[in-house]
Design a binder for this molecule. Structure first.
Ligand code: SAH
Length: 480
C-alpha cells in the first residue's frame, strides 16, 4: 500500500494557508499524527490546522513532541516520544543517526525513501512544471543494492570532548558539536581504521586538535578519499600549520601504510579562522597527493581539493542514463554545461564527435583537461566561465552549434539567459541532470514554453538516507 500522501515532498512552509485558531508557544508539548513528508525528509503533522515540522518523524507515526520554534502558521518541533510507530519506521543502523547531522532518513525504510524521492520528482514536475501524467514517462527509481558504506569521501572534524579527550566524528545537526563516531554507516569501512590510527598517533605524540573558539591547536579535519574501483586510499590531514608541525610523522605514515591500498598521505594547510574545511595549499607526506578511480571506463585523478561525485556506483548509473538519453551515434557535437571536472563530458566523449564543457571553477577545468589527456580524448574542449556567459558569447560570436546539450547545474538551476541561448541553438535533445527537482521543474516549464517536451525521466538515488534527489530528464524538440 502506498502510504506517502500525494502532497509529499512539496511543501513550502510559507505557503501553508490553513485557518489556525489556537496559539502555539515554544516548549509546548503536543501530540500529533505525522501525515506528510517535507523537503528535507522531515515529518509534517498538524494540530488544529497548525503545521509542525519534525526531524526524525515518519509518515504514519503518532508522536509526542515539544515545540522548539513557533511561528504564526507553522512551527518546528522535536520528537520526545513515538507513541505509535509508523509501519515504515525502521531502527537506524547507526547508533548516532539521530544526533548526527548527516543522515536525515535512516529511520525510514530504504524502500520508502526511494518512494519518497520518486514522488518528490513527480510532484515537482506536475505542480511546478505544469506537466500532466508525468508518471508515464518516469522510469522506476534507481536505488542502491546496498544503501550503506557507499561514500568515497569523508571529512571528519577533530576536537576534544568535555574531559579533554581527543574525538573525531561528525557535527551534530546545525551545530559544530562533534558527535564521536568512527564507524559511519554510509562511509567506506576503511575510514574506521584510518580514524583510529590517526587518533592513536595524535595521542602518543601529544598532537593537539584545533579549537575553533580560540583558533589554537593543530589538527582540524581528517579528509579521506577511496577509489572504489582501484582500491586506492588517500588520507589528508587538514592542519592549522604546515606538515613540519606533525612530530614523528614517520610513525603516522608507517601506521597508515598498514592499511591496504594506502596510496597518498598529505597535509592541507588551513590557517584561516573560517568554517571552510580545506585551505588551498597541499603538502605531500607519503606518495603523490592524489589517487585514481574509474567511473565506467573513464579514469579520473582525484586530489583533496577535486570535486568528485561521492557515490561512484550510482554515479555510473546516472552518467550512463545521461549518455543513453543523449542517443549519440558518433557524429554529434555536444555541449556539457556546469561540467565540473568534466566527468559527464568525458563519458559523452566516448560516443560523440566533439564535446565542449563549461565550468566556473578554473581548478576543476584544469582537472577536466588533465583527465581528458590521461584518457586519450582529443575531442573534448573546456571553457572556464559562467555557462550563462560562455555559451551566449560563443553562440553570438562564433555561431557554435549543438546536436545535444547536457546541463548539470547546482541547486539553483539554470540561469534564464542560458536557457534562452540553448533554445536559440535548437539542439535536438537536451539532457538535464538535476540535484533539485523544484528548479528542474521550473526550467522544464520554461523550455516547454519554447518548444521542448519531456520524453523521459529517471530518478537515481545517489544519497541514501538523506533527502537529496538526483534526476535525469530527457527533453526533445516538439517539432522533430
Ligand atoms: N557535472 C559535474 C558537476 C556538477 S555540479 C559532475 O557530475 O561531476 C555543478 C557544477 O556547476 C559545479 O562544478 C559548479 O562549480 C558549477 N557551476 C556553478 N555555477 C556555475 C555557472 N554559473 N556556470 C558554470 N558552472 C557553474
Amino acid at each position: 500500500m502506498v502510504r506517502i500522501p500525494e502532497t509529499s515532498g512539496y511543501k513550502n512552509p510559507k505557503n501553508i494557508n490553513l485557518e489556525v485558531n489556537m496559539e502555539f508557544k515554544k516548549n509546548q508539548m503536543v501530540e500529533l499524527y505525522i501525515d506528510d513528508i517535507g523537503n528535507e525528509g522531515e515529518g509534517i503533522g498538524h494540530v488544529d490546522g497548525y503545521a509542525l515540522f519534525l526531524k526524525d518523524a515518519v509518515v504514519g507515526d503518532r508522536v509526542r513532541a515539544k515545540i522548539m520554534k513557533a511561528k504564526k502558521k507553522y512551527g518546528y518541533a522535536r520528537v520526545e516520544e513515538v507513541l505509535e510507530p509508523s509501519r515504515d519506521r525502521v531502527k537506524p543502523v547507526c547508533p548516532v543517526a539521530r544526533p548526527c547531522g548527516g543522515c536525515t532518513l535512516q529511520h525510514l525504510s530504504y524502500e520508502k525513501q526511494l518512494e519518497y524521492k520518486f514522488r518528490k520528482v513527480k510532484n515537482c514536475l506536475e505542480r511546478i512544471g505544469g506537466l500532466e501524467n508525468i508518471e508515464e514517462k518516469m522510469e522506476p527509481v534507481y536505488g542502491m543494492d546496498e544503501p550503506y558504506h557507499y561514500r568515497n569521501k569523508a571529512q571528519f572534524p577533530v576536537g576534544t570532548d568535555k574531559e579533554g579527550n581527543l574525538v573525531t566524528g561528525f557535527y551534530a545537526g546545525k551545530s559544530h558539536q562533534i558527535i564521536p563516531c568512527t564507524d559511519c554507516a554510509i562511509q567506506h569501512p576503511v575510514n574506521q581504521k584510518i580514524l583510529e590510527k590517526v587518533l592513536h598517533y595524535m595521542r602518543k605524540n601529544h598532537i593537539s586538535a584545533y579549537d575553533e573558539k580560540t583558533g589554537k591547536g593543530l589538527v582540524r579535519h581528517i579528509v579521506t578519499r577511496v577509489g572504489f574501483t582501484t582500491g586506492e586510499v588517500m588520507v589528508c590531514l587538514v592542519l592549522n600549520g604546515n606538515r613540519k608541525k606533525l612530530k614523528n610523522a614517520e610513525q603516522l605514515v608507517d601506521s597508515l601504510r598498514e592499511i591496504e591500498g594506502m596510496t597518498s598521505i598529505c597535509v592541507n594547510v588551513n590557517r584561516e579562522r573560517t568554517n571552510k574545511i580545506l585551505g588551498s595549499q597541499i603538502e605531500e607526506v607519503y606518495g603523490p597527493p592524489y589517487i585514481y578511480d574509474y567511473i565506467g571506463n573513464v579514469k579520473y585523478q582525484i586530489g583533496p581539493l577535486s570535486f568528485f561525485q561521492v557515490n561512484p556506483r550510482q554515479t555510473r548509473i546516472l552518467y550512463e542514463k545521461a549518455l543513453e538519453y543523449a542517443q549519440l551515434e558518433g557524429e554529434e557535437t555536444v555541449w556539457d554545461l556546469y561540467c565540473g571536472i568534466g566527468t559527464i563530458s568525458l563519458f559523452l566523449a566516448q560516443k560523440a564527435k566533439q564535446v565542449y564543457g563549461v565550468e566556473i571553477v578554473p581548478e576543476a577545468i584544469d582537472d577536466a583537461r588533465l583527465n581528458a589527456r590521461m584518457n586519450g580524448f582529443d575531442n573534448a574542449q573546456f571553457f572556464v566561465g559562467k555557462a550563462e556567459e560562455v555559451l551566449p558569447g560563443e553562440y553570438e560570436k562564433n555561431g557554435v552549434y549543438a546536436d545535444v546539450i547536457v546541463v548539470d547545474p547546482p541547486r539553483k538551476g539554470c540561469d534564464g539567459k542560458l536557457l534562452d541561448t540553448m533554445v536559440k541553438m535548437a539542439p535536438k535533445r537536451i539532457v538535464y541532470v538535476s540535484c533539485d527537482p523544484a528548479t528542474l521543474a521550473r526550467d522544464v516549464k520554461i523550455l516547454g514554453e519554447q518548444g521542448y517536451q519531456v520524453d523521459k525521466v529517471s530518478v537515481v538515488d545517489q544519497f541514501g538516507h538523506s533527502g537529496h534527489v538526483e534526476t535525469v530528464c530527457l527533453l526533445s524538440r516538439k517539432d522533430k
